[in-house]
Design a protein around this ligand. Structure first.
Ligand SMILES: Nc1ncnc2c1ncn2[C@@H]1O[C@H](COP(=O)(O)OP(=O)(O)O)[C@@H](O)[C@H]1O
Ligand SMILES: [Mg+2]
Length: 291
């Protein structure tokens, strides 16, 4: 049985390709490394046999058809889901990790105003019972200004439009000042002006060498703004520099894999048969459940 193999720590800036002998070095340098990662819901795999890494300072688009495991990957990195197999390692240099879930998972009716919501970004930096000091409040105000929401401080978040709420959540991320930032579909159902403003903030994080991964659906956005791309279809289809990943052939492969999904597939024991290895793009040999 052929299986999907994996690949490349994708620091586009350094542009190096990896071979099997560099695996140890590659993993030790990674901000997040995945090794034969499998995650399942009630024993049905949502993500499996993923091997590769996110280099420190990389800006990666995570793409794939609906149901391809993108949100599952981000939640796994956040430690919100148990792993069914393999390994997931987050570097100790990621002292602070920030996560923005999909809009559908955000509680919009929580009784909190804009300023207090952004202040929540300070809490990971505080000790228990510590208050927010003047310097932090200044950072909150600066973040609100950066996202264009000065004057909205006392508005309840339930009264905001989708775009305004997303600006608030980005202000909170700015205050959080994390080393590793995970965003799940941050631009879904928001206007183009807000999207452009938030893309500038993401570009700013990239300039500051933060490691950022963003789940996206807009291919043009991916090609224009994201140096690295990870293309999923529950398995890894391709991972590396965006121009190498976002090819018609890879996208067609991902669609074909999505059409062939068996939602009731059981976990496989391929790990026991074939150890993970590394290859350079593109992937042509696909391991299929139920095949
Ligand atoms: N809480 C859950 N319980 C059971 N199945 C789930 C759950 N969350 C996601 N799934 C399934 O896992 C697969 C991957 O989901 P997800 O990671 O949300 O995909 P994506 O974000 O790429 O759309 C889908 O088949 C989805 O139905
Ligand atoms: Mg999702």
């Amino acid at each position: 049985m052929a299986r999907l193999v994996a690949h490349a720590c994708g620091a586009a800036s350094s542009g190096f390709a990896l071979a099997g002998g560099l695996v140890g070095q590659w993993r030790s340098r990674a901000m997040v490394s995945l090794e034969n990662l499998t995650v399942s819901y009630r024993h049905h795999p949502a993500l499996h046999h993923i091997t590769g890494c996110f280099a420190p300072g990389s800006l990666t688009a995570v793409v794939g058809p609906n149901g391809s495991g993108k949100s599952t990957l981000l939640k796994s990195i956040m430690g919100l889901l148990p792993l069914a197999g393999g390994q997931l390692t987050v570097s100790q240099s990621a002292r602070r990790v920030a996560y923005l879930p999909q809009v559908a998972e955000i509680e919009r009716n929580f009784p909190i105003n804009v300023r207090d919501c952004v202040c929540l970004g300070c809490w990971p930096l505080k000790r228990a019972w510590g208050g927010i000091d003047g310097q932090q409040l200044q950072r909150v105000d600066a973040a609100l200004q950066e996202v264009g929401l000065q004057g909205f401080e006392h508005r309840p978040i339930s009264s905001l439009s989708g775009g305004q709420l997303q600006r608030v959540l980005f202000a909170r991320l700015l205050v959080q000042n994390a080393d590793l930032i995970l965003l799940d579909e941050p631009f879904s159902s928001i206007d183009s002006k807000t999207t452009a403003a938030l893309l500038r903030i993401i570009a700013g994080w990239h300039e500051k060498k933060r490691t950022v991964m963003v789940v996206l659906h807009d291919d043009a956005q991916v090609r224009q703004y994201f140096p690295q791309t990870l293309l999923l279809a529950r398995e890894l289809v391709a991972w590396g520099p965006t121009h190498q990943v976002m090819t018609q052939a890879n996208l067609a492969t991902a669609r074909a894999m999505a059409e062939a999904w068996d939602d009731n597939a059981e976990l496989c024991d391929v790990d026991a048969v074939m150890p993970p290895r590394l290859e350079v793009l593109p992937h042509t040999a696909l391991h299929r459940h139920g095949a």
